[in-house]
Design a protein around this ligand. Sequence first.
Ligand SMILES: [Fe+2]
Length: 285
Amino acid sequence: MGIPQTPARRIADQFADRVRNAPDRHLAERVSRLVAALARLVEEERVDRADLRALIRFLTEVGHASDARRSEWVLLADALGITSLVEAQVTRRPAGATPNTIAGPFYRTGAPKRRDGESISIDGLGDRLVLGLEVADLDGEPVGGARIEVWQANAEGLYENQAPDLQPEQNLRGTYTTGPDGRALVTTVRPKGYAIPHDGPVGELLGRLGLSPERPAHLHFRISRPGFQTLTTHLFDGDDPALGADPLFAVEPALVTRFAPCGAGGYEARHRFILARAHPGREDA
Ligand SMILES: [Fe+2]
């Protein structure tokens, strides 16, 4: 007599058996594991008919809230931590290197080139923030000639491409290059945090769970140089109360800094990014 089979085990085994000769082996193996994991979960959580109806209703609403301009599915993957987890898995960095994060939806290529110290704030609105950045390798050696693309929300929490009528084209976006000492000076304004879209079913779910849609204030960076893995990352405002509950799970201690008051209403911060060497033949990821 073998071990008694649970209904979940029976379904998992039957499914795996039925797709044994599937034309797409890789897909068959992955879907089999998914079916087995879901069956186990349904059994462990003792899912009943009302649970299943509620789940189907929720997923239907997620689909209805999605169109060509808005993907509630992406938002759901983000809010469940899946997007961030996948990003961490595919861009794993050696210990000591700055962690890679999601780029988010507001990145644009071709941000204007800026001289060292030049401001990326075209409209000049907000509290001045000066960032002394340094790019180094894992041995602490400066990385000169690195391209630093920076983009951020303004002091109202809006990106330039979210509010094209209210902000000049390419406001708060720029591309700097580090000097031979690996340093670059970025002048900007202090960003404000913003909420992820929360007027749909994902927002309602967050609300019922007592979770805030507010992202802590941050700047985005993309740092590239031949021979190194391109780094896409965030720099967070260490004084933002939302820091401990980023709905996109991007916050890590190495990505937090403090914007220290300096001069008349301005702020300054220093931060060091550590790049990992590229894998042979690959510069991304
Ligand atoms: Fe952002």
